[in-house]
Design a protein around this ligand. Structure first.
Ligand code: ATP
Ligand code: MG
Length: 565
């Protein structure tokens, strides 16, 4: 099928020589400079003609694969009433992330950040029998989240495009099957899009190994860190890496011994004073969990990830203790807290503090530490929680080899939700025996607009964007240098390429130097560039492969089939 030629002289695209002042990442700089997107407000973006084409291409691939996987497309509103989010508890749980607004009568609304509630209501309304299930619904729609730090352009917007899908099943096995179908669809989507991606576990083993996985695109600009094992293939978001509990025998450890350790309130000063490694000391961080003081024990050489701690204890609110809290509790000696003899304080600990392990820790007296403090003998752990910041080289939970860390962009998230929303909304269908059966759900998201930025991050170079063929705004970019013979050959090239079914961008802008046009072509990043230049009189063009970075001179008659593949 023949395609039409898109003329740059008519296309609204204004490239910029300078980077936008606020741009922090490569994709942000290049998408703005190449005229793909334009900032309208913090985290709110307008998609210009070239950007809209790329966004539409991503959307098309997502839609085709969702349809092929048997999901049914719907479109729900972005403007939503408060009530269902009150039922689920998320009206409050979302905190400042939620855009809330009132209508003229004072009724409260929100702009949807994700739609579990509304899909649950729709299915409750439409499906009454087990015969109506399973069903997987999806939409490609605008989402709103009042992100604390909207940055990096469309990578983290306050308004953004998401594909969100929800599966509804009557059994756990059904949910697992629906999840597997979505997971496979995601693999196909990201593979077709030309994205380099990893599938990583997203929640700790405590919630079930495969209950939630993220699709991550490795990139320096990513805000997520994931750990992977080069030896066995294990991969998890660092927030989900769980270190196994490995108890040891403590038979040979002597009794607890107190040591005068003046002026050693920090782990470094203590380790230096005693001549032991920081990893042999036990650090106890005091936090308040819903107002209750709790101690968190980790090896002295590790840091507590407060975000991870918060996620484990959610919806409880975790805060650091203050001066005033210490003033109220003289039993808690700042800098010298130890779990032995700590009364009325719950003790949470990292799994490295396993039964039988022996530690140097605070003696709950100023300027005093204790050694030979054995877990299970001298103190008990109320609850094990994996809350330390994972480090490069930590042992792989699956095979013990050294883990590696990498940064990535979260492009997708699939999640076996279970019955949380069905319980909240009383979503039952009539089962085969005529009794109501509670429905179980999965939820599956792709950041469609974020994928555009993630692709740009992974493929661009300093000269500009370099789109994979499937998403590029055109297949080939034809540049006409200024002379009549060059323009004529460029027109001929554009017509011939379009006739082969290729989407052609023709730079026919008058009065621009070839240098400017070539710089723009590199910036815009279409996979092939055909230049009618120096040897246009002989019918010879220069063919640039933007991805490979190669340039070849050849007759137009040979260039056309080469590009058409
Ligand atoms: P993040 O951790 O990056 O804030 P999230 O875990 O809150 O994301 P989900 O609720 O899982 O995001 O949403 C599904 C998908 O939507 C994410 O995997 C991501 O690709 C995309 N997404 C989430 N927030 C944004 C945003 N602010 N801008 C663009 N895309 C987003
Ligand atoms: Mg997520």
């Amino acid at each position: 099928m023949s395609q039409s030629v898109q003329r740059l002289s008519r296309l609204m695209v204004k490239t910029l020589r300078e980077d936008p002042a606020d741009a922090e990442t490569l994709s942000h700089r290049l998408l703005v400079r190449a005229g793909y997107v334009r900032r309208t407000a913090a985290g709110v973006w307008s998609w210009l003609p070239l950007g809209k084409k790329v966004l539409d291409n991503v959307t098309r691939v997502v839609r085709e694969e969702m349809d092929a996987a048997g999901a049914q497309e719907v479109l729900l509103p972005a403007l939503l009433p408060r009530e269902p989010y009150e039922v689920s508890g998320r009206w409050n749980e979302y905190g400042d992330l939620l855009f809330r607004l009132k209508d003229r009568k004072g009724a409260e609304y929100l702009l949807g950040p994700t739609h579990e509630e509304i899909f649950t209501q729709v299915v409750k309304d439409q499906c009454t029998s087990y015969k109506d299930l399973p069903v997987t619904l999806y939409q490609i729609q605008t989402k709103y989240r009042d992100e604390a730090r909207p940055r990096s352009g469309v990578l983290r917007g306050r308004e953004f495009q998401m594909k969100d899908a929800y599966s509804f099943d009557t059994t756990d096995e059904g949910l697992a099957a629906s999840y597997a179908v979505q997971r496979e669809a995601y693999r196909r989507i990201f593979t077709r899009l030309g994205l380099d991606f990893r599938i990583v576990s997203a929640v700790s083993g405590a919630m079930g190994g495969s209950a939630s996985e993220e699709f991550l695109a490795p990139a320096a600009a990513g805000e997520d860190t994931f750990a992977y094992c080069p030896s066995c293939g294990y991969a998890a978001n660092t927030e989900a890496v769980t270190f196994p509990l490995a108890p040891v025998s403590a038979d040979s450890v002597g009794p607890v011994e107190e040591l005068a350790t003046p002026d050693t309130p920090t782990i470094e000063s203590l380790a230096a004073h005693l001549g032991v490694p920081a990893s042999a000391t036990l650090k106890n961080l005091l936090v308040k969990v819903d107002g209750e003081i709790v101690a968190v024990g980790v090896p002295g050489d590790r840091e507590v990830d407060l975000g991870k701690l918060g996620e484990h204890l959610a919806p409880a609110v975790v805060e650091l203790v203050t001066e005033a809290d210490f003033a109220d509790r003289p039993d808690l000696v700042r800098g010298y807290v130890g779990p032995q003899g700590l009364e009325k304080v719950r003790y949470l600990a990292d799994p490295r503090i396993a039964p039988g392990t022996s530690w140097v820790t605070g003696a709950n007296r100023a300027d005093t530490h204790a050694r030979n403090v054995v877990c299970g003998r001298d103190f008990e752990v109320d609850r094990y929680l994996d809350v330390v910041v994972v480090r490069d080289g930590d042992p792989c939970p699956a095979c013990g080899a050294g883990l590696r860390l990498d940064r990535a962009i979260e492009v997708g998230h699939i999640f076996q939700l279970g019955r949380k929303y069905a319980d909240a909304f009383g979503l039952d269908v009539l089962g085969p025996e005529g009794k109501p059966v509670r429905v179980t759900m999965g939820s599956y998201g792709i950041g469609v607009s974020r994928v555009v930025a993630a692709l740009a991050e992974q493929t661009a170079d300093e000269r500009g964007l370099r789109w994979p063929a499937e998403v590029a705004p055109a297949d080939v970019h034809v540049v006409a240098a200024g002379k009549a013979v060059q323009q004529a050959l460029a027109e001929e090239a554009a017509t011939a390429l379009a006739a082969r079914g290729l989407r052609v961008l023709l730079d026919d802008r008058p009065g621009l130097s070839p240098g400017v046009k070539l710089t723009d072509a590199e910036l815009i990043g279409v996979p092939w560039v055909v230049v009618a230049g120096r040897r246009a009189g002989e019918g010879v063009v220069e063919l640039q492969d933007r991805g490979a970075g190669t340039r070849t001179e050849l007759p137009l008659s040979e260039a056309v089939p080469r590009v058409a593949g």
